[in-house]
Design a protein around this ligand. Structure first.
Ligand SMILES: O=c1ccn([C@@H]2O[C@H](COP(=O)(O)O)[C@@H](O)[C@H]2O)c(=O)[nH]1
Length: 271
């Protein structure tokens, strides 16, 4: 099953547009789990077991694993989701981007080493840097368009041929790079008016939407701006707001409470 098919199916199955971001930071772990062997994997496993029926995707951010030399625990986390909850897509957030020969290795890293369903990449270096990812027809390539951070406007809003660069990026990807129907865009929850503009440019292309929870994105505004005509089209991701909902050993049940609430808040505005 392709990534897009998997996504369409899990949106229905779990009635959810919520993605849980796995950004495991040992310094924020409860004492009860910080010193156990494979603490990162054990922490992720409890978050996953507590939320699997409420989400449309998991998004591990590679920096939180590589900074701890814990890529083995990223592999274990991915394999755990794939064996226990195989219908849930995994998006590796690694924001790769380089010349074609190196990009080719990054695509192998994502799709053959880690065997994830989709990966985030930076389109800034142009088509030859994206092609190695796009050529995996059944995998998703999630390209940065209008990011959630405060500095997003520094470059992404520069005017090119009379329009902001992020709109150029959206149109280019939609018109020229999406020939395998496997492109998605990152559009931050913190910019609903830009999100509405991007939606008007790219039809039903799915958006990965970081920026709710810890970054304060407005759920009603983003859902109204970004949803497709069928009330879907969005993978709304929260990391810290979910996984650190409690600093105590009840972190998994508290994470579940947050995801339940987030799913309800989102679903309220989908119809
Ligand atoms: O525009 C972007 C693109 C990616 N991210 C990533 O999403 C999560 C957000 O974490 P929160 O704790 O929910 O704020 C994190 O992994 C970022 O690297 C983003 O925030 N904005």
């Amino acid at each position: 099953m392709s990534f897009i098919e998997k996504l369409n199916s899990i949106w229905e199955e779990n009635d959810s547009l919520v993605c849980v971001g796995l950004d495991p930071d040992l310094e924020r772990f409860p004492k009860s789990i910080r010193d156990v062997p494979d603490a990162i994997f054990q922490f992720n496993k409890r978050i996953i077991d507590a939320t699997h029926d409420l989400v449309c995707a998991y998004k591990p951010q590679i920096a939180y694993f590589s900074a701890e030399s814990a890529e083995d625990q990223l592999t274990k986390t991915i394999q755990y989701i794939q064996s226990e909850y195989p219908s849930i897509p995994i998006i590796l957030d690694s924001k790769r981007g380089d010349i074609g020969s190196t990009a080719n290795k990054y695509a192998v890293e994502a799709f053959e080493r880690f065997k994830v369903d989709a990966v985030t990449i930076n389109p800034y270096m142009g088509y030859d840097s994206a092609e190695p990812f796009l050529s995996y027809q059944d995998k998703g390539t999630v390209l940065l368009c209008r990011t959630s951070n405060s500095g997003a406007s520094d470059i992404q809003d520069l005017i090119v041929d009379g329009v902001p660069l992020y709109q150029k990026v959206a149109t280019l990807i939609s018109d020229k790079w999406n020939y395998n129907n496997n492109c998605l865009l990152v559009v931050g929850a913190t910019w609903p008016s830009q999100m509405a503009k991007v939606r008007s440019l790219v039809g039903d292309m799915p958006f990965l939407v970081p920026g709710v929870g810890a970054q304060g994105g407005d759920i009603e505004a983003l859902v109204k701006a970004g949803k497709t005509a069928n009330g879907k089209g969005l993978i709304i991701s929260s990391s810290r707001g979910v996984i650190y909902a409690s600093g105590e050993d009840d972190f998994d049940s508290k994470a579940r409470e947050v995801v339940l609430k987030l799913r309800s808040q989102i679903n309220l505005h989908r119809k």
